[in-house]
Write a new protein. Structure first.
Length: 242
């Protein structure tokens, strides 16, 4: 993914067509005729026909207008999980070297390194970069433009703040070999230095020096990372193998 500065990301979001893509399952006594009408009137629609039904995927309001005015339709069921979406989800098929568990949400223009693990419920916003062998645990949130290094663990429920406005704001940087504990928050503009540990529940408002442990609200340095800390925060390579 080419680097995008905040102005480019803002322009991408603002100029993206706002779409509501839905999936319709339609019972009809004339599937071929309905399919033809949908393809004529709904730009970009994908239509799959069966003996007595049609499955259509495309712009919600346009499909609805066609089928509600069609006498061949007996009934339909629709599925949609967004409205006026500005940024699509990433194409997960492109992340061949990462493990993405069900329920994770990754938006377009996100970079995932080799061996990255994204657990259930995690959210990674537009423009974020995740380095090799890093794990984003359950329900963690990685904000826009955040930069996460290699061999990092972002704990369950942690929030790495994003920055798109103001565009001049500095993004969060988490350097290599960092552990961020469960439910910790790292605010805009903060850099967490290599090998540091952020304790569970900490709120980090200032840069964290490399190799330090921070805890509290607001977070403060409490000690150096020592052998005992390393044993408690060990990154397990086996969990990152495909």
């Amino acid at each position: 993914m080419a680097d995008l500065d905040p102005e480019e990301l803002i322009r991408y979001i603002s100029e993206s067509p706002k779409r509501t893509i839905a999936r319709f399952y339609i019972k009809t006594d004339n599937p071929e005729g309905l399919a033809e009408r949908l393809e004529e009137r709904v730009e970009g629609v994908k239509v799959f026909t069966g003996v007595d039904h049609v499955v259509a995927v495309g712009e919600h309001d346009e499909i609805l207008e066609v089928i509600e005015g069609d006498d061949s339709v007996e009934y339909y069921h629709r599925e949609l999980d967004h409205r006026n979406r500005a940024v699509p989800l990433a194409d997960y098929a492109e992340f061949k070297d990462a493990r993405i568990e069900p329920g994770a949400i990754i938006r377009d223009k996100v970079e995932l390194g080799k061996g990255v693990v994204v657990m259930m419920g995690a959210v990674i916003n537009i423009g974020a970069k995740i380095g090799d062998n890093t794990m984003i645990d359950m329900n963690a949130v990685i904000g826009s433009r955040a930069e996460i290094g290699r061999n990092v663990h972002i704990g369950a429920g942690a929030v790495i703040a994003g920055v798109l406005e103001p565009p001049s704001a500095k993004p969060v940087v988490i350097e290599d070999n960092v552990v961020v504990g469960a439910n910790a928050v790292v605010l805009e503009g903060v850099t967490v230095g290599e090998g540091a540990v952020v304790a569970a529940g900490a709120v980090v408002t200032e840069d964290v020096p490399p190799g330090k442990v921070v805890a509290g609200v607001p977070a403060r340095v409490v000690k150096d990372v020592d052998e005992r800390t390393e044993a408690k925060t060990q990154i397990v390579d086996a969990l990152r193998r495909l």
